[in-house]
Ligand binder design. Structure first.
Ligand SMILES: Nc1ncnc2c1ncn2[C@@H]1O[C@H](COP(=O)(O)OP(=O)(O)OP(=O)(O)O)[C@@H](O)[C@H]1O
Length: 678
C-alpha cells in the first residue's frame, strides 16, 4: 500500500469454481507483469489494481496484503476501513470471516486474523468491539437481543454496544454472537446469503489518548432479482441492499472526482460510514468477482466500481490530538498575515482554542500517567508538561489532584486569553480587507503585550493560589518557559524565533520573553500611532534610566520612536535609530530641531498650503464622518482610507493616496481637484 504512496488499496478476489464439474472457461484473464492487469473476455476494458488475487490465493495471502498493513496505522491513530463488495455468492463473507468456517485455521477470514494479530503484540491500547447491521435501511445492534433499531444522529449511531475485550477469544465470542443475530436468507445463488450490510468495528483506544477504529464491513451482495429469484420480503430486502450499494458507488464516484459535495445522505449505509469513507482515512476494498461467463455483467459492474475507488486520492489524517511541533511552527512562519481577518471567525477561534487545549490536555494526561521529568529541549516540546517539578519527586494523590486542578485551570484560562486576542474586533469591512490583501500589506496590529501581561498574571496567580495550599510545601514548581512561549507564539509568527532557545526558570523569576520587533519601514512603524512619548522633567531621570535599560529588550518601547522631554528652558530629545541605539540630543537651541523648523514653516504657510495640510490632517487623523466630509469620498472610500491608515500608517502627502489599492493616479487627481488641492 505504502510503496505506491496511495492510501486507498483496491484488490480483486476471483472466486474459485467450487464445483469443478461445472467449471467451464473463465471470463477473466490475469496478466502479471509489472502490474497486475485484469482482462475481461470480449470486453474492451483492461483494469489495473493494487492486487489481483486469483482463484488459488488463500486467506492468509489476502490478509497479509490487505489488512495487515493497516494494523499499524490503526495503532498510530488513523481510522481504517476495509470492505468487501461484489455480486452475491462471490465470497465476501467468506473473505471477511464473519461466518465461522468449518476448518478455522486455513479458512479463517480477515476479522479473526486481525483480532489475533492485534492481541499478539504487547497491548498498547484498550480494545473494544462493536457489531451493527443495516437491514432495510435501519441500524440494528448485533451484540444484543433487543430487536429495536438504533437511532442515528447526524452520522453517528447512538447507544450501540461497545464491548471491551481482553483476548481474541472474547472478541470472537462477540463476532459469533453478532453473526447469529444477523439477518441472512436463502437465495438461488447462496444458501446463506447476507440480507444486511454488517459493520464489525475494532476500537483501539491507546493510553496516550489517541483513539482510532478499524471498520471491517461485509456488504450484502449486489443482486439481480432474476438470478436470485427473490420474492416478497426478500425482494424488498434486495431493493434496500442495492440502494445502499448504489449510494456507496455514488460516494466513491464523488470522492474520486474530488467533488465538493459527497452524497453521504443517500442511504443509511453511507450516512454512518461517513467518518470512515473519506479522504482522511485509509481505505481498503476487496472486490469479490466470479469468473463464470454467465456472471460477466455483474463482474464488469464490480470491476467498474473498484476502478472508481482506485481513483480516489486520499490524505489520511491521524486522530492524534493537535500538538504544536516543528512542522506547525514552520507553518506558522509561512502564515500570510493578511489571511488573518478571514481566519478570525468564531469557528476558527473555537477550533484553534480546542486544538490548543487538546494539546495541552494531552500533555497533562501524559504528565499524570508518567514519571515527571523536566523538559530539556525544544525537541521535547510536544511532550513537555506546562509546569514541571523537580524530577524523581513522588507526589501524594492529594498534591497530584491540586496540580491537575491548577493545570486545567490555567489551560482553560489561557484558551480564553487566546480567544480574546483573536476576536479583537476590526473596524474594517471585509471587502476593504480583500482589496488590501492583494497588496500584501503587513499584519494588523495585535495587542501581544496585553496577551503577554495577561498570561503572566494568570499563571502567577494560579500557581500562587494553588501553591499556598500544598505544593509550595513540597517543592517549588518550575514553569516550562518553552511551553509558555509556545502559548504566546501560538498565533504570532514573530515569537517563534524565540523558540529556538529553551530553558527552565523558576516561577518567581519568571518573565514572559519580550517580542523582538523586525526592522520596520516607515509605513509599518506608523501602525503604532504613539510615535513619541513626552515626559515631564520630574520623571525624566528615572524614566530615562529604565528606558535605556529596557529599550533594547522591550519591543513596546522601541515602537515609541522618541521621547521628548519638555522643560521651559532645556529640552532633551531621545531618538532610537534603526540600529536600536539611543541618541539623547540636547535641543536647547530650538532652531536646530525639526519640530521648530516645521513651526517656522507653518508661520509662513500660504492659505492654500494650510488647506492642503488640513485635508492631509483629516486623511491622517479624521474620523469616518470627517473623511466622508471630503469631496468625492463616500462611506466606502472613507472606510477604505481609515483601514489603510490603521494598517499602513499616516500619509506623508496627499499623493500617497495612490498607494491605496484601487486608487489610480487619475482617481487621486480627481480627489485633489475636487478638494481644491494644488
Ligand atoms: N475463495 C473461496 N474459497 C472457498 N470457498 C469459498 C470462497 N469464496 C466463497 N466460498 C464459498 O462460497 C459460498 C458463498 O460465499 P459467501 O457467503 O461468502 O458469499 P457472499 O459474497 O458473502 O454472498 P452474499 O452476498 O449473498 O452474502 C460460501 O459457502 C463460501 O464458503
Amino acid at each position: 500500500m505504502s510503496k505506491k504512496n496511495n492510501f486507498v488499496n483496491v484488490s480483486i478476489r476471483i472466486k474459485p469454481a467450487l464445483n469443478k464439474n461445472l467449471s467451464k472457461s473463465s471470463c477473466l484473464h490475469v496478466l502479471k507483469d509489472n502490474l497486475p492487469v485484469l482482462i475481461v473476455s470480449d470486453r474492451p476494458q483492461t483494469y489495473v489494481f493494487d492486487n489481483i488475487f486469483t482463484e488459488d490465493a488463500n486467506q492468509e495471502i489476502i490478509y497479509n496484503n490487505t489488512v495487515k498493513p493497516l494494523i499499524q496505522h490503526v495503532k498510530n491513530g488513523y481510522n481504517c476501513t476495509i470492505f468487501t463488495y461484489g455480486q452475491t455468492g462471490t465470497g465476501k463473507s467468506y473473505t471477511m470471516g464473519t461466518f465461522s468456517q468449518p476448518n478455522r485455521d486455513e479458512n479463517e477470514g480477515l476479522i479473526p486474523r486481525t483480532l489475533a494479530s492485534l492481541f499478539e503484540e504487547e497491548n498498547e491500547c484498550e480494545i473494544s468491539v462493536s457489531f451493527i447491521e443495516i437491514y432495510n435501511e435501519k441500524v440494528y445492534d448485533l451484540l444484543t437481543n433487543n430487536k429495536s433499531p438504533l437511532i442515528v444522529k447526524g452520522f453517528k449511531v447512538c447507544n450501540f454496544n461497545n464491548q471491551r475485550v481482553f483476548t481474541p477469544q472474547e472478541a470472537m465470542h462477540f463476532l459469533n454472537m453478532g453473526n447469529t443475530n444477523r439477518h441472512t436468507g436463502e437465495t438461488k445463488q447462496n444458501t446463506k446469503s447476507s440480507r444486511s450490510h454488517a459493520i464489525f468495528t475494532i476500537h483501539c483506544n491507546s493510553f496516550n489518548g489517541i483513539n482510532a477504529k478499524l471498520n471491517l464491513v461485509d456488504l450484502a451482495g449486489c443482486e439481480s432479482v432474476k438470478k436470485t429469484g427473490t420474492q416478497g420480503n426478500s425482494f424488498f430486502e434486495g431493493v434496500n441492499i442495492n440502494k445502499g450499494l448504489l449510494s456507496i458507488g455514488q460516494v466513491m464516484s464523488a470522492l474520486s472526482l474530488d467533488a465538493s459535495y459527497i452524497p453521504y445522505r443517500q442511504s443509511v449505509l453511507t450516512t454512518i460510514l461517513q467518518d470512515s469513507l473519506n479522504k482522511r482515512n485509509y481505505v481498503s476494498l476487496i472486490s469479490c468477482v466470479s469468473s463464470l461467463p454467465e456472471d460477466v455483467n455483474e463482474t464488469v459492474q464490480t470491476l467498474e466500481f473498484a476502478y472508481r475507488v482506485k481513483k480516489i486520492k486520499s490524505k489520511p489524517r491521524s486522530n492524534e490530538p493537535f500538538l504544536l511541533n516543528k512542522n506547525e511552527i514552520s507553518f506558522s512562519k509561512s502564515y500570510t498575515p493578511f489571511k488573518r481577518p478571514y481566519m478570525t471567525s468564531n469557528s476558527l477561534v473555537s477550533t484553534k482554542k480546542n486544538r490548543f487545549c487538546a494539546s495541552l490536555g494531552t500533555i497533562s494526561d501524559q504528565y499524570k500517567n508518567s514519571t515527571i521529568e523536566s523538559p530539556k529541549s525544544v525537541s521535547s516540546l510536544s511532550t513537555s508538561p506546562i509546569i514541571c517539578y523537580p524530577s524523581q519527586q513522588s507526589f501524594s494523590p492529594v498534591i497530584k489532584k491540586y496540580i491537575n486542578a491548577m493545570e486545567s485551570s490555567i489551560i482553560t484560562k489561557l484558551g480564553s486569553v487566546i480567544e480574546k486576542s483573536l476576536l479583537k474586533p476590526r473596524r474594517s469591512s471585509r471587502k476593504s480587507i480583500k482589496i488590501i490583501e492583494k497588496e500584501n500589506t503587513p499584519s494588523p496590529k495585535y495587542s501581544w503585550n496585553q496577551i503577554q501581561s495577561e498570561v503572566t498574571k494568570l499563571v502567577k496567580t494560579e500557581i500562587q493560589q494553588f501553591s499556598v495550599q500544598s505544593i509550595r510545601a513540597t517543592s517549588s514548581p518550575i514553569i516550562n518557559e518553552t511551553t509558555l512561549k509556545r502559548v504566546l507564539s501560538y498565533d504570532s509568527p514573530d515569537l517563534n524565533k524565540d523558540m529556538v532557545e529553551s530553558k527552565e526558570v523558576n516561577y518567581n523569576e519568571f518573565k514572559i520573553p519580550s517580542i523582538p520587533l523586525k526592522k520596520k519601514k516607515y509605513n509599518e512603524i506608523s501602525m503604532n500611532p504613539r510615535r513619541s512619548l513626552r515626559l515631564s522633567l520630574k520623571d525624566c531621570s528615572n524614566t530615562i534610566d529604565s528606558f535605556v535599560e529596557t529599550s533594547s529588550k522591550s519591543p513596546v518601547k522601541k515602537n515609541r520612536r522618541s521621547i521628548r522631554l519638555t522643560e521651559k528652558q532645556e529640552k532633551t530629545q531621545i531618538f532610537i535609530n534603526e540600529n536600536s541605539k539611543i541618541n539623547i540630543i540636547n535641543i536647547s537651541n530650538t532652531s536646530k530641531t525639526p519640530r521648530t523648523k516645521s513651526k517656522l514653516k507653518r508661520k509662513t504657510c500660504s492659505p492654500l498650503t494650510a488647506h492642503n495640510k488640513h485635508v492631509l490632517n483629516i486623511l491622517n487623523k479624521g474620523s469616518l464622518k470627517q473623511l466622508e466630509g471630503l469631496h468625492s469620498v463616500g462611506i466606502k472610500t472613507a472606510q477604505q482610507i481609515l483601514l489603510y491608515r490603521n494598517l499602513k500608517g499616516s500619509f506623508f502627502k496627499i499623493e500617497d493616496l495612490n498607494q491605496i489599492p484601487g486608487w489610480s493616479e487619475k482617481k487621486v487627481k480627481n480627489f485633489m481637484v475636487q478638494n481644491f488641492i494644488i
